[in-house]
Ligand binder design. Structure first.
Ligand SMILES: Nc1ncnc2c1ncn2[C@@H]1O[C@H](COP(=O)(O)OP(=O)(O)O)[C@@H](O)[C@H]1O
Ligand SMILES: [Mg+2]
Length: 281
């Protein structure tokens, strides 16, 4: 079942085209990553899908409903993590969630469970304004998942956060996926995209320049198709990835000479650079 369907989506701000014929579909339980540098159009796409702004052309549907006019049932089934987090700075963590629990008709007992999940139980009574950046990042996620939405929009959920918080958020994203949640996330971090996403769309200046499974995309651009070996005498050897290299590789292994061995496929950053001439950050 398609949770999100986007066909030929176009968006302009003034004369500037910021989304240009975007086509995406996301299945139930899939994590799709929109990977692109700042200004690529990632946030604009999320705003269109969540009904915050309108597109000029094409069709975008969420749970089968047109994003121009999303019914309230759809809103109660999506969670959004964006900069404008919607948290109340002067309320503490618990009271913030209590407020949203009331709006979404969520059982209050679930608040503690969510605070536990994002590791903020100890900060339960801390006002949001006093939280560290990493804690606030987790709190924004807590708010977004409180009503157990089937679809989550995560706009750069780990941008600027410390490695430990990033790791915790990644674990939570996997947990949510395991429970069947569908996730659209944006990032300019290729490691995050490779690790988390079933599929990625590489977005540059409003256009999708490549789309698919992260590792399949990397293999597709493996034009070298070689094997790089580091030997224990410090020598670096590059061999063709064909049967004619097998004798040499066998010899290195038999004599315990191999320190590391890697295939030559590029990472998503290199693919992006070769397609667009620019880097992701
Ligand atoms: N409200 C707006 N008015 C005018 N231009 C905008 C507006 N919002 C975004 N843009 C422009 O649209 C482009 C895409 O922005 P955005 O979607 O925020 O990119 P990203 O999230 O990938 O960094 C950028 O060139 C940005 O300057
Ligand atoms: Mg953005």
């Amino acid at each position: 079942m398609k949770i999100i369907e986007i066909n030929g989506l176009e968006k302009r701000f003034g004369i500037k085209k910021v989304l240009n014929n975007v086509n995406i579909s996301i299945e139930k339980g899939e994590i799709l990553g929109l990977l692109g540098p700042s200004g690529a159009g990632k946030t604009t796409l999320i705003k269109i899908l969540t009904g915050q702004i309108k597109a000029e052309g094409g069709i975008a549907k969420v749970f089968g409903a047109n994003c121009d006019k999303l019914p309230s049932e759809v809103y109660s089934n999506i969670g959004i993590v964006m900069d404008n987090s919607g948290l109340y700075g002067r309320l503490n963590c618990y009271d913030n969630l209590k407020l949203f629990a009331k709006i979404f008709n969520v059982d209050k007992t679930y608040i503690n469970e969510v605070l536990e999940k994002v590791e903020l139980m100890d900060a339960k009574k801390t006002t949001v304004d006093k939280l560290s950046k990493g804690m606030k990042g987790r709190m924004i996620l807590a708010r977004a998942i409180l009503h157990k939405p089937e679809l989550l929009f995560l706009d750069e959920p780990t941008s600027g956060l410390d490695p430990a918080t990033t790791e915790r958020i990644h674990e939570l994203i996997f947990e949510l996926k395991e429970n069947g949640t569908t996730i659209l996330l944006t990032t300019h971090d290729m490691y995050e995209a490779t690790k988390l996403c079933d599929n990625v769309a590489l977005l540059n200046e409003g256009k999708i320049v490549e789309y698919g499974e992260p590792l399949s995309i990397c293999r597709k651009y493996n034009f070298d198709n070689s094997i790089n070996i580091l030997l224990n005498d410090g020598m670096k050897v590059t061999l063709k990835n064909t049967s004619e290299s097998s004798d040499a590789i066998k010899e290195y292994f038999e004599n315990n000479r191999v320190i590391s061995i890697h295939s030559s496929e590029p990472n998503l950053e290199s693919v992006f650079i070769s397609l667009t001439g620019r880097s992701l950050v």
